[in-house]
Design a protein around this ligand. Structure first.
Ligand SMILES: O=C(O)C(=O)Cc1c[nH]c2ccccc12
Length: 714
């Protein structure tokens, strides 16, 4: 079960011609797919397009009704390979993946797909995870579009434009026999708005019909000599067809006064920020109407030289607004201008920063500089000759404590790293390889464990060079999550270690979901899923791969067991990789699952017990050793008001879910007797009520007696 249910929202997918659809960008994309007769959809989840996969998963019924096949692909490579169904058949297909990392994984299939070309429209929806709030390295998917010759649309961030781009992409893909990427940034994915819906369309051909009428065309299969034909076709047919389509269909838009002496060429995705900046500069009204001449590239690849040169004609200066680096669009435009001998002044990176997100302030500063330098007369006098002092923003890093991202309250992964810390205390520091997923938070305080992260499912692979010539010497420890394990870790990491007789320790962090991407089900998820085969054992898969030494830990909160098993793995004489599968349910998902059940039980008058932990502040010495081995967000500090105690004591707040980690850690590390466990009982039995009342009275009497003897501070 994913973190959010879209069961209610997907009902909007049934809206018909003329009805108003209101909602989030990614939901609009899903609706647009159905309106455009898509035949199959798939993908791999990742921020910021995880919810698109969740919406599709929740729309299974509607998809089936329309004859649309949906798959939660094993990886982005799988998703892209799935688009093979559009190679020979006139079936429209769409897949989603996250940004450059998804494209990296997909790139083998992507090159093959782009070389052979497609018959049915093939659409890749890329959630471009660039800028503030991103979870990955800062690169651009654009490079892949260029190298494989895949077109890239980047629509203005509003629902009608995004929906239109879906239809345009399919058409463009079919006309030019080329796959198309629809790039949507973080803000586009989550922008809210409305558009006028059309009826959903059944696919022109569905996948069952294709199976009944198999087809092949040697010219579309990637093997020499066809590959040479593909390259030629790319240059002489597909590219010109795409460029003609861009002009004929007016994919790119012109705004403002066409004869302006200065102009802006911008990626569609930056439009909202540009318009807001123009508004702040006094160059656009609140509705976005402006006199500034603008060419909005809703298609950022390929560019159409005639269109660009026509825009630049007669202008003194043109600014390219292109987020991220390298400045691919600017370079291409510079080349066009140089080749055609135009003397227009080209601005872009320089006036705007080379890297980083073009946030509102960055855009106001950059556009302000551009107009001050090249068209100061356009700016309102107050902006040019301002004597306003810029607002100074205090450096909050001096006064606020750092708040590194970390494990959630009750996360079952925290004790795994607490155990690792304890083992290192005994056996010394080890080389630790990390992977993608929640468990990567181990690299942050208070654990500070892990030296590298090389890719999804590649944790153990990234430790593979570390082969200790001394059999009794130190081994590496590597981590991989259950998500990464099924994404490709089983072969790239575990199989590789078995085959190469790697002697290191591999910990598979199994929390029953692809947790970091939003709690989607995966092969080893424990829940029943009506459309998927779940409950496939990670241990059996590893054994099947040839792992001989394997241990399953069923409750990661058992820090002592976790610590002892890790120690055994690091010291055993057994050869080959030592694999520990550490399993406990993701606490976020567990709470989502259990809370409604408990609430219902309580409402029905049933007895419900919720464990909570607390700290006895009279016993706590305030040394905070518990926190150094935990980092639980519910574990905090509290001032006792006692002037004789310098340090605040530990305190557990209301967000505690009673996972028991703090107590376990304290026990395994022999740290602290100040933790206690309490039970909150809803609808207690009469016996429990009487007992609580009795003990309450005794405790109150003892407390009053003790307080009377206490020295009081005024
Ligand atoms: O959701 C995220 O933030 C991810 O990075 C997850 C993810 C999805 N597909 C990937 C491919 C390579 C690396 C990470 C991911």
């Amino acid at each position: 079960m994913a973190e959010r249910s879209f069961a209610k929202e997907v009902q909007k997918l049934k809206k018909g011609e003329g009805e108003t659809f209101t909602g989030e960008g990614i939901l609009a994309i899903t609706k647009a797919l159905l309106e455009n007769g898509v035949g199959y959809v798939g993908g791999y989840q990742g921020s910021p397009i995880s919810h698109l996969m969740d919406v599709l998963a929740d729309s299974q019924e509607i998809l089936t009704e329309l004859g649309v096949h949906f798959e939660a692909s094993a990886s982005e490579a799988t998703a892209t390979a799935m688009l093979a169904a559009s190679v020979h058949y006139p079936i429209r297909g769409a897949v989603t993946y996250k940004s450059v990392v998804g494209t990296n994984v997909a790139s083998d299939a992507l090159s093959n797909l782009a070389s052979g070309g497609v018959t049915g429209g093939a659409l890749i929806i890329v959630g471009e995870d660039y800028g503030e709030g991103s979870s990955i390295m800062q690169e651009r998917t654009y490079a892949f579009a260029m190298k494989s010759q895949v077109w890239m649309l980047d629509p203005r961030p509003n629902l009608p434009s995004i929906v239109k781009a879906v239809g345009d992409s399919f058409e463009m893909s079919e006309i030019s026999n080329t796959p198309v990427m629809l790039q949507v940034g973080i803000r586009s994915c989550h922008v809210h708005g409305h558009f006028t819906a059309s009826d959903n369309k059944r696919p022109q051909m569905n996948v069952s019909e294709a199976l009944e009428n198999p087809k092949r065309d040697l010219q579309r299969i990637v093997l020499p000599p066809a590959t040479y034909i593909h390259e030629e076709e790319k240059l002489t047919k597909r590219l010109p067809a795409a460029q003609k389509f861009i002009i004929d269909k007016q994919i790119n838009e012109r705004f403002g006064t066409p004869s302006g002496k200065v102009g802006i060429i911008l990626q569609g995705g930056t439009y909202n920020t540009v318009i807001r900046a123009l508004n702040r500069l006094g160059l656009a009204d609140l509705y976005g109407d402006t006199n500034v001449d603008m060419l909005v590239l809703n298609c950022v690849y390929p560019l159409v030289p005639d269109q660009i040169l026509d825009f630049c004609e007669g202008k003194d200066a043109v600014l390219i607004v292109e987020e991220g680096q390298p400045n691919y669009v600017e370079q291409q435009i510079a080349h066009m201008l140089y080749q055609s001998g135009k003397s227009v002044k080209l601005e872009g990176k320089g006036i705007l920063p080379m890297g980083g997100e073009y946030t509102g302030q960055v855009m106001v500063d950059g556009l302000g500089d551009f107009f001050s330098q090249h068209a100061p007369a356009m700016l309102p006098v107050a902006k040019v000759t301002t004597n306003e002092q810029p607002i100074s923003i205090p450096d909050l890093s001096k006064s606020l404590p750092a708040r590194p991202p970390g494990f959630c309250t009750g996360c079952p992964e925290r004790p795994i790293f607490a155990a690792t810390k304890l083992v290192e205390e005994e056996l010394g520091e080890h080389h630790i390889a990390s992977d993608i997923g929640c468990h990567l938070f181990s690299i942050m305080p208070p654990f500070d464990l892990g030296a590298t992260t090389m890719g999804f499912g590649l944790g153990p692979a990234s430790a593979s060079a570390f082969h200790n010539a001394d059999k009794k010497g130190r081994r590496s420890i590597s981590f991989v999550g259950d998500g990464g394990f099924w994404h490709n870790g089983l072969t790239s990491s575990v199989g590789n270690a078995v085959f190469n007789k790697n002697d290191n320790v591999i910990v598979i962090v199994d929390n029953f979901y692809s947790a970091a991407t939003g709690g989607q089900d995966i092969l080893s998820s424990r829940a029943d899923n009506p459309t998927k085969q779940t409950q496939n054992s990670i241990v059996d898969a590893c054994k099947g791969m040839g792992v001989k030494w394997i241990r399953q830990i069923d409750r990661t909160y058992d820090v002592t067991k976790m610590r002892d098993t890790l120690k055994e793995a690091l010291t055993t004489e057994a050869e080959g990789p030592k694999v520990i599968v550490a399993s406990s349910e993701c606490m976020l998902n567990k709470q989502r699952r259990v809370k409604p059940q408990m609430a219902k039980a309580a409402k029905d008058g049933k007895r419900v017990v919720r464990p909570r932990f607390g700290v006895d502040e009279d016993i706590c010495t305030g040394d905070h050793a518990c926190m150094r081995l935990s980092g639980c967000p519910s574990l905090s500090v509290k001032d006792t008001g006692d002037p004789l105690r310098d340090d605040p004591v530990a305190a557990i707040d209301q967000t505690c879910v009673g996972c028991g980690n703090c107590g376990e850690v304290a026990d395994a590390a022999v740290l602290c007797p100040s933790f206690f466990q309490a039970e909150i009982i809803t609808n207690p039995s009469n016996f429990e009520k009487r007992r609580a009342s009795r003990t309450g009275k005794i405790i109150a009497w003892l407390q009053t007696r003790r307080d009377a003897k206490r020295v009081a501070f005024a």
